[in-house]
Design a protein around this ligand. Structure first.
Ligand code: GLN
Length: 492
């Protein structure tokens, strides 16, 4: 198989080719590393690449395939090179979280979800760049410099898992894990023309995922196909003794996914997430096409009113910043990572370490978090936001009592130009409009790639009730296989 052909395979397609000995895992790893060598200087998808370890593991995987008796069942991602976001721990390797604070921090153990990927045969090829501690929409808030969009060097790949999306989009990994607190898997997947899944909160253990906002953090896959999403979801989910909020989830049946039909399904579109004023024209057009296509496949689609969603962005930023300010208090120059030098006393050590170790956006969140948790503002900010979160949850419960799925754009815009998202932090927060509601409610959501009217990728988002991944990924597969994009319809 040609190298370029290999690089376009999905993770499952590659696993199959390795199983059938049409290609070796070592060849796949070499192809990815060669591609990465070519693109990394411009793209900067990775913070670290494991040039030595990965081929060695691949050779072991290949030896096993050669020697295994006929009929042996191999784990689903045997020999497949994948990338993981740099806030997921991998024993013996650096976990920087895109921060100077953790620039030289070596992971003492491996995150449960990464361990599960490795057990499934995947080979971690490297750790991907991200907005510092997951805070951002463009991967420009990384201490190590921005990641660039794989299709357009003047644009950002989205964030905060922009490195993971750029790696998969450019052929530098067959799939990647990102983490999604308020949209950081779905939005970069949408910007880069890929699939991204935010699983139901708690289905993926957070053990070894560096905490940003503990009540919303979930690791999720970014891939080239819906089946890859399902396969990785099945691998990484499960209750874990090391995370008391983790739960056992039913796995997704890939065969049943292929049988999915939208016929007779009721799909609601929250009108708060689909409006002329808040969205770019090209996104509205892409949504209209998705609606037409789902309707012509037999789905019943209606606009629904969820007024509380108008407050979702504010509620998300209050709660996530409150949790972040508490989670990030551990970086004090004593226990982890960076420590300032030339300090007078303990207070000076804290102040200097945190002033020098954290970037601007992280400091903004810590300030906001401390403000809403302060005794003067606790009741009118934090408490109110918690109550509003309950209302968001109830609004979704009500919506799902009558609908199988909810539909919206993933982001109100296509990937912005470099630098744009940094100009106005508030505008960047507002751009999370469509992704934060599912985060607050803890429900699963998928971003499915479609083309905008300019031909550039964007995403539509489907949301399902808790543990509704089967329905969600079935619909994603259906859309992938049966719905046409703008360009293919000739409407562009
Ligand atoms: N853009 C959101 C934020 O900056 C989401 C980040 C995330 O999901 N990690 O908080």
């Amino acid at each position: 198989m040609e190298r370029e052909t290999i690089l376009h395979l999905s993770a499952l397609e590659l696993a199959k080719a390795i199983r059938k000995q049409e290609i070796t895992s070592e060849q796949a790893v070499e192809a990815v590393l060669e591609k990465t060598d070519k693109t990394e200087t411009d793209l900067h998808a990775y913070v670290s690449v494991f040039r030595e370890d990965a081929p060695e593991i691949a050779r072991k995987r290949d030896a096993f395939v050669r020697e295994m008796p006929e009929g042996t069942e191999l784990p689903p991602l045997w020999g497949v090179p994948v990338a993981i976001k740099d806030n997921l721990l991998l024993q013996g390797k650096k976990t920087t979280c895109g921060s100077k604070m953790l620039e030289n921090y070596i992971s003492p153990y491996t995150a449960t979800c990464v361990e599960k990927l490795e057990k499934a045969g995947a080979i971690v090829i490297g750790k991907t760049n991200m907005d510092e501690f997951g805070m951002g929409v463009s991967t420009e808030n990384s201490f190590f410099g921005p990641t660039i969009h794989p299709l357009d060097p003047t644009r950002v790949p989205g964030g905060s898992s922009g490195g993971s999306a750029a790696a998969v989009g450019s052929g530098s990994a067959f799939a990647a894990l990102g983490t999604d607190t308020g949209g950081s898997v779905r939005q970069p997947a949408a910007y880069c023309g890929l699939f991204g899944l935010r699983p139901t909160y708690g289905t993926v253990s957070r053990h070894g995922l560096v905490a940003f906002s503990s009540s919303m953090d979930v690791a999720g896959p970014i891939t080239r196909s819906s089946l890859d999403l399902a396969a990785i979801y099945n691998i990484v989910t499960g209750a874990d003794d090391k995370d008391m909020t983790s739960v056992c989830a039913p796995s997704v049946d890939l065969l049943a996914m292929k049988q999915y039909s939208p016929k007779g399904k009721r799909i609601g579109i929250p009108k708060q997430l689909f409006s002329e004023e808040k969205m770019d024209q090209e996104i509205l057009k892409a949504m209209k096409i998705a609606i037409e296509e789902l309707e012509s496949s037999g789905a019943r689609i209606d606009l629904i009113d969820m007024p509380i969603l108008d407050y979702a962005v504010a509620v998300y930023y209050i709660l996530s910043s409150a949790e972040a300010s508490s989670n990030l208090s551990r970086y004090d120059g004593i226990r982890y990572g960076y420590r300032a030098s030339d300090v007078k006393d303990l207070a000076d050590l804290y102040t200097k370490t945190r002033s020098e170790g954290f970037g601007l956006e992280v400091k903004r969140r810590i300030l906001l978090g401390n403000y809403v948790l302060s005794s003067e503002h606790f009741e009118d900010c934090y408490r109110k936001a918690e109550k509003a979160r309950d209302q968001v949850r109830s609004a979704f419960d009500e919506a799902f009592s009558e609908h199988d799925l909810l539909l919206s754009p993933t982001s109100p815009m296509v990937a912005p130009k470099l630098g744009e998202s940094l100009k106005d932090p508030l505008a960047a927060y507002v751009s999370d409009l469509c992704t934060v509601p599912a985060s607050l409610a803890g429900i699963p959501a998928v971003s499915i790639p479609v083309q905008s009217s300019t031909g550039f990728p964007c995403g539509i988002q489907l949301m399902a009730r808790k543990f509704g991944e089967q329905e969600l990924l079935g619909a994603s597969y259906f859309h992938e296989k049966h719905c046409t994009s703008l360009e293919r319809r000739g409407d562009a």
